[in-house]
Write a protein that binds this ligand. Sequence first.
Ligand code: GTP
Ligand code: MG
Length: 137
Amino acid sequence: TNRTFTMLKPDAVENGHTGAILEKINAAGFRIVALKKTQMTKADAETFYAVHNERPFFGELVEFMTRGPIVAAILEKDNAVDDFRTLIGATNPADAAEGTIRKLYATSMGENAVHGSDSDENAEIEGNFHFSGREQF
Ligand code: GTP
Ligand code: MG
């Protein structure tokens, strides 16, 4: 498909970067299909990140992702998944390319400002986790 899913994580929202990040997403040619500010419960985060539940940082990840509001969005563009991951940069901001969202706004490997789906299949699952069909345009 031509869609991806993103969350502006609690660090980015707390630090007042919501508008600047949405502007970079817009400038990179993504169309907003769905958008909302929300806060995940522990159960939400454990489900959303279930693939990581054996990793040593899982507890920290769930704590972080639930400590404050996020901004969730479904985005549309040709080659959306790969182009969005290029726009956000490497998981660890120390390794992220100049000009990427994580280089600009992430503070650490854990608190890295933004999520981007890693496959078309996960983009659909993740988008539908946060948005009903009648919230997607
Ligand atoms: P997402 O777009 O958020 O999925 O990031 P990613 O695909 O670049 O990384 P990955 O899916 O491997 O990890 C998911 C998230 O777990 C990362 O974005 C980080 O927030 C967190 N994470 C990954 N590795 C570590 C780590 O070593 N320590 C901590 N504290 N968090 C980590
Ligand atoms: Mg990932």
